[in-house]
Structures are given as structure tokens and as C-alpha cells.
Design a protein around this ligand. Sequence first.
Ligand SMILES: *[C@@H]1O[C@H](CO)[C@@H](O)[C@H](O)[C@H]1NC(C)=O
Ligand SMILES: *[C@@H]1O[C@H](CO)[C@@H](O)[C@H](O)[C@H]1NC(C)=O
Length: 139
Amino acid sequence: MILVVVLLTLKLLCCRELPSSFEFVSAVHGVFKYVNKTLEGYNKIAYNTLPNFIAFLIGMNVEQLVKVSHKAWNDEMDDCPFIWKNYSEEKFSTAYLEDSAPIGTFNYAKYGFLNSPTDYYARPIMKAALDFLPTKASV
Ligand SMILES: *[C@@H]1O[C@H](CO)[C@@H](O)[C@H](O)[C@H]1NC(C)=O
Ligand SMILES: *[C@@H]1O[C@H](CO)[C@@H](O)[C@H](O)[C@H]1NC(C)=O
């Protein structure tokens, strides 16, 4: 199972803003109808990515999460009950990848994770590539 979370977590906004992407996914993989049905009722619950990710990946809002298992909203998130932990318990391989290491959802102005949250975690290699490989700006 692969979860692709697009910043535009509001289904209606996704359909409106990413019609070509949804058409592509539908044509190539035939999953649009499934995605369209699955996202029924999923709505944005806050302005920023973090609270929406937490709702989607943990099933709580930030206030509930802080109360239940977290020290502060920007503390490390290792102990949080992410849905991928349930998949790990069921012997699935898990991976977490975002398009940006410096402004990752759980790292921008936050501590992120002390340990890899999933079996495969792209942030360390992405961060090392940014820190050590030449970029267009530096060559
Ligand atoms: C997506 O689902 C809605 C019902 O929630 C339906 O009205 C709409 O036609 C569907 N869109 C597509 C492209 O299948
Ligand atoms: C995930 O696992 C936790 C701990 O075992 C459990 O409380 C929770 O209900 C599970 N979540 C789902 C969606 O199955």
C-alpha cells in the first residue's frame, strides 16, 4: 500500500487544482475512482501541513496529540502513534519520503524524529546531498 499525501489535503481542492494529475493517475493506474471514493469526507482541518498530516497519519488533531502522547507540538515525534506503526506490526515494509529535507513537515521549526520513523527514511540522504553535493548555485 502506498499513501501519497499531497499538500492539498482537501479532496475538492485536489480535484480542482490537480485535474491533470488525477487524470494521469486514473489513466495509468485506474485508481482515481478509488481515491475519489476513499477521500470522501476527508477535509482540511487546519491551515498548515502539520496539523493536516497529523490528522491523516495519526487520527487526532494537534491538541489531542499533545495531550495523549506528546510533550509539545514541536517536540520529537518518535512516540506518536503514526499509522505506519500499525503496518510495521503487520510486517509491512514502511517508508517515509517528502520532497524537501529542510522544510519537511516534521522538521521545519520542529525536532522531527530522533530515530528513523519508518524502515526507509529519505531525509538523511536528502539532507546529506543538499549539504555536500554541489548545486547549480555553487558550481
Ligand atoms: C468523485 O466523487 C464525487 C462524489 O463524491 C462524484 O460526484 C464525482 O463525479 C467523482 N468524480 C469523478 C471524476 O469520478
Ligand atoms: C494502530 O495500533 C494501535 C496500537 O496497537 C491501536 O490502538 C490503533 O487502534 C491501531 N489503529 C488502527 C487504525 O488500526
